[in-house]
Design a protein around this ligand. Structure first.
Ligand SMILES: N[C@@H](CCC(=O)N[C@@H](CSC=O)C(=O)NCC(=O)O)C(=O)O
Length: 278
């Protein structure tokens, strides 16, 4: 593993430290940036980790600067790890639209040219980044995962594909059924090819229908989210969960849209939810 970390910035926050790093990723074959918030408790012992997967157009900085999660993470003694949403840089495949290419990796391992060379975000967030974090920082192997929109898809999908690896999973406005909605269909056709049977291993509804090991889940969905009817469709996931008696709480939040104002309003609940399941 290429595991040399270059510190980009370090800021004291709520008695802990928010740090950004760059490193050479084996999974993507590129330089990758991530951030970690270490709560004050990490100065004297190991702490559990919440992995946060961001949505389309985001870097690690959107959540760090807009969600307001560090205060509660400091109280709960929880590290936050914030990966980027794709490989980036000159010479890395990209597309015109904001929903494909750089900033839109969809947390899959691409199999199709030109994406397959670097777009391996599934391996990066599931294996490489946790191994790196657990080697270099005072963290336990107790993990939880959460995310927003494309990152909500990532969090639910990764948790369902890896039973026992995460104590709990949560999401804000996730794309729960990517193989059936335009954002997911566009991304999966480019990254995974036209054979739709290859898409199903990354579709949370498909994975939930076949899942055997329960993992507690919390989803928040704003009722004024303009992306909900076409792209998100949380009811598809909720009705499967109900049929399977799956431990999912889906909360529909009146008045809230898709933005980080929504995330900031409920992130405390998500951190407390994960903390209750360590
Ligand atoms: N108007 C936006 C469209 C993209 C967008 O809404 N991105 C969301 C995630 S959507 C699903 O994955 C986001 O989190 N944006 C960053 C933010 O800080 O709000 C645009 O063109 O940016």
């Amino acid at each position: 593993m290429a595991d040399t970390l270059e510190l980009i910035s370090s800021n004291c926050a709520f008695g802990g430290w928010h740090k950004r790093y760059r490193h050479q990723s084996v999974a993507t074959g590129t330089s990758m940036t991530f951030a970690i918030y270490l709560p004050p408790q990490a100065a004297s012992g190991k702490v559990p980790v919440l992995y946060w997967l961001s949505g389309l157009t985001c870097t690690d900085e959107n959540f760090a600067t807009k969600a307001g999660a560090q205060r509660v993470a400091a109280e709960l003694g929880m590290a936050l790890v914030l990966p980027d949403t794709s490989p980036r840089g000159d010479g890395i495949a990209d597309a015109e639209g904001y929903d494909l290419g750089q900033g839109a990796g969809f947390y899959v391992n691409a199999t199709q040219a030109p994406w397959a060379q670097h777009y391996r975000m599934y391996d990066y967030v599931v294996d490489e980044l946790p191994a790196l974090v657990e080697t270099h920082f005072p963290v336990t192997t107790q993990r939880a995962i959460s995310g927003h929109s494309m990152g909500g898809h990532g969090a639910l999908m990764v948790a369902l594909r890896n039973p026992g690896r995460y104590s709990s999973a949560s999401a804000f406005a996730p794309i729960v059924n990517p193989s059936q909605v335009p954002w997911g269909q566009n991304a999966f056709a480019h990254y995974l090819g036209d054979d739709r049977s290859n898409w199903l291993a990354y579709d949370s509804c498909q994975l939930l229908a076949a899942a055997e090991t329960e993992i507690p889940m919390l989803i928040d969905q704003g009722e004024q989210d303009s992306f909900m009817p076409l792209q998100l469709q949380p009811d598809a996931f909720a009705s499967l969960a109900q049929q399977r008696n799956w431990p999912l709480t889906l909360r529909r939040q009146p008045g809230y849209d898709h933005s980080y104002y929504f995330i900031a309003s409920f992130i405390e609940d998500h951190l407390r939810f994960h903390s209750a399941h360590w």
